[in-house]
Write a protein that binds this ligand. Structure first.
Ligand code: SF4
Length: 479
C-alpha cells in the first residue's frame, strides 16, 4: 500500500499554511511549527495543484509534518498548538538572562568597542553595593526558574567586589527555587590569582574575546596606553586551564582588518584548544560606529567570508578534528531540534526584556546590551525601561517601550519577513533596526544578510554529502 502512487489520494488532503522557496536542491517548505521538507519540483507542483501521481510516502511525510491533513480534528489542532507553544517557550520563561554592568571603566581601548567604555582610571562608573542589591532583588522577581547572570562592562574585573557580592547571593536565589549560573565577560587582562580562585571555586564561566593570532588580535584589542593584549589573554587562559577550569569560551569580532584572514583565526583557536569559534560581525555602536571607515565591510563580503570559513571548518571535521561555529550550531539547533537556541537577538517577538535584561552600573535597565549602547552613544531612551532605584520589574514590563518593541518585532507581521521561508527560525533585533532606520534617516533592509546565511545552512542540512548532513545534526544536538 505504501509503495504505490495513489492517483486520487492528494484530493483527500487539505493544505495547511506553509512557506516555500525554490532552491538548487528542490523546493524547500517550512511552516510555523518549524517543520521543513524538500520536494522535487515535479512533486511540489503536484502537491500545490492537487494533481495526481504524488507518492503515498511523500504524502505521509508531509502529513506528519503538518503541511497537509486529511481532516483537521480538534485533537490535531491541539497537537499543532502544543508544537507552536513549545517553539515559543521563551515567552513563558521570562526573564532568564540578566546582564549586569558592574563598571563602565575598561583597561583596554578596543578600536571597535561598542560599549563606549570609559578609561580605567576614571573615579566614577562603578556599580555600588546598593544598586547591586536592588538588581538582585529584581532578578528574584523573574518568573524563570533558570537564571543566568552575566557580568559585563567595561571590564567587569575592575569592580571585582561587586562580582563577589552578587555571586555570594547564589544561596538567596536558589532559596527562591532558581537554578543559577554566572558568567564573567572579561578581556582577561588583569585577573589576579585570588580573583581566579574565587571564579573557579564558585564555578563562574568565563567568556572572553580572541581575534586570532597576535598579528590579528592586536590590531584592535589594545590597552589604554597602547600595545597589544594577545599574549596576556593567552597567558590568563593557560592559568585558568592549569587550575582545572576549562569553562572558558572565546568569541571573535570580524572587521575589515581580519575578514580575509579567518583561516588564521580558526587555526589559532585550535592551537589554543578551543573546539568552537563564534564568528560575530561588527555591532555598529560607540567607537565601532565612529571608526566605521577603518572597520566596516560590505554585507556580501561578510557572507562570503562566513561561507569560506565554514567550508574550512567542515574540512577539519572530515580530517577528524572536532571544531564547530557557534552561530551555525545555534541555527542548526533551532531548525533540527524541538529546542530553541536561547539567542536573544533571534526571537520573534524580540527577546529583549523577555529573554534578557541589561542593568547598567547606575541602575538603569534596558531591553538589551545594544539598547544600553544606543543610550550611551546617542542618549536615546527608546529602549530604556527604568531604574532599579525608582521602579520595579512589573512596571518595566508594562512600559510603552516594551509594548512597542514587542509589537514591532513580530516577524510574521513584518513586510518581507511575513512570507519568508526562513521566518519560522528567524528573529529580529529591534534596537538594530531602530538604529539603522532612524539614526541616520535611511531605511535599510532589516534582514541584514540573515537570508543568505539561512540559505547556506539549509544547503548543508540537505547536502548530498552524508558526512556533512551528519555533522550538521551533531552540531545541532551538542549543548
Ligand atoms: S530577517 Fe531575513 S531571513 Fe529573517 S525572516 Fe526576515 S527576510 Fe527572512
Amino acid at each position: 500500500m505504501r509503495d504505490i502512487c495513489r492517483d486520487t489520494l492528494m484530493n483527500e488532503y487539505i493544505h495547511l499554511p506553509f512557506f516555500f522557496q525554490r532552491t538548487p536542491y528542490g523546493v524547500l517548505l517550512t511552516n510555523d511549527i518549524g517543520e521543513h521538507h524538500v520536494l522535487e519540483d515535479d512533486d511540489f507542483e503536484k502537491f500545490v495543484k492537487t494533481k495526481k501521481g504524488i507518492h503515498a510516502d511523500i504524502l505521509c511525510e508531509l502529513e506528519g509534518k503538518f503541511f497537509c491533513v486529511k481532516k483537521m480534528t480538534q485533537e490535531m489542532i491541539e497537537i499543532y498548538a502544543t508544537r507552536y507553544r513549545t517553539k515559543k517557550y521563551f515567552i513563558f520563561e521570562s526573564t532568564s538572562l540578566h546582564m549586569i554592568v558592574v563598571t563602565n571603566r575598561c583597561n583596554q581601548s578596543c578600536v571597535y568597542c561598542h560599549a563606549s567604555s570609559d578609561d580605567a582610571y576614571m573615579t566614577s562608573g562603578d556599580m555600588s553595593v546598593d544598586t547591586a542589591d536592588l538588581t538582585v532583588k529584581n532578578i528574584l522577581m523573574s518568573p524563570s526558574r533558570h537564571i543566568k547572570i552575566e557580568f559585563q562592562g567595561g571590564e567587569p574585573t575592575l569592580n571585582f567586589e561587586i562580582i563577589r557580592h552578587v555571586v555570594s547571593q547564589r544561596g538567596v536565589l536558589e532559596g527562591h527555587g532558581k537554578a543559577v549560573s554566572f558568567v564573567v565577560c572579561s578581556n582577561l587582562l588583569n585577573v589576579s590569582d585570588e580573583e581566579m580562585k574565587f571564579l573557579i571555586d564558585n564555578k563562574v564561566s568565563i567568556s572572553t574575546s580572541l581575534d586570532g593570532p597576535a598579528y590579528l588580535h592586536d590590531q584592535c584589542r589594545v590597552i589604554n596606553s597602547g600595545g597589544g593584549t594577545h599574549d596576556k589573554v593567552v597567558n590568563t587562559l593557560s592559568r585558568f586551564r592549569e587550575n582545572g577550569h576549562d569553562d572558558v569560551a572565546a568569541l571573535l569580532t570580524v572587521h575589515k582588518g581580519n575578514i580575509s584572514c579567518l583561516h588564521d583565526v580558526v587555526d589559532e583557536y585550535l592551537r589554543l584548544g578551543f573546539e568552537s569559534v563564534f564568528i560575530r560581525g561588527l555591532n555598529p555602536f560607540g567607537r565601532c560606529e565612529k571608526n566605521a571607515d577603518i572597520l566596516a565591510y560590505e554585507q556580501e563580503e561578510f557572507i562570503s567570508a562566513y561561507k569560506n570559513i565554514m567550508e574550512y571548518i567542515i574540512e577539519f571535521n572530515k580530517k577528524g578534528v572536532r571544531v564547530s561555529e557557534e552561530y551555525f550550531s545555534m541555527m542548526a539547533r533551532r531548525i533540527l531540534t524541538p529546542f530553541g537556541c536561547g539567542f536573544v537577538d533571534m526571537q520573534s517577538p524580540a527577546g529583549g526584556a523577555i529573554c534578557g535584561l541589561m542593568y547598567d552600573a547606575d541602575g538603569n535597565v534596558f531591553v538589551s546590551d545594544e539598547a544600553r549602547m544606543m543610550y550611551r552613544s546617542h542618549a536615546d531612551t527608546a529602549f530604556l525601561l527604568g531604574n532599579v532605584h525608582v521602579d520595579t520589574r512589573s512596571e518595566w514590563f508594562r512600559s510603552e517601550n516594551v509594548e512597542r518593541m514587542l509589537r514591532d518585532s513580530v516577524l510574521e507581521c513584518i513586510p518581507g519577513c511575513g512570507w519568508c521561508v526562513f521566518a519560522p527560525y528567524c528573529g529580529v533585533d529591534p534596537v538594530r533596526i531602530y538604529r539603522d532606520t532612524r539614526m541616520d534617516g535611511i531605511s535599510r533592509d532589516i534582514c541584514g544578510g540573515k537570508k543568505a546565511l539561512f540559505e547556506y545552512i539549509f544547503s548543508k542540512i540537505y547536502s548530498e554529502d552524508a558526512f556533512v548532513r551528519r555533522l550538521v545534526r551533531s552540531w545541532a544536538w551538542q549543548r
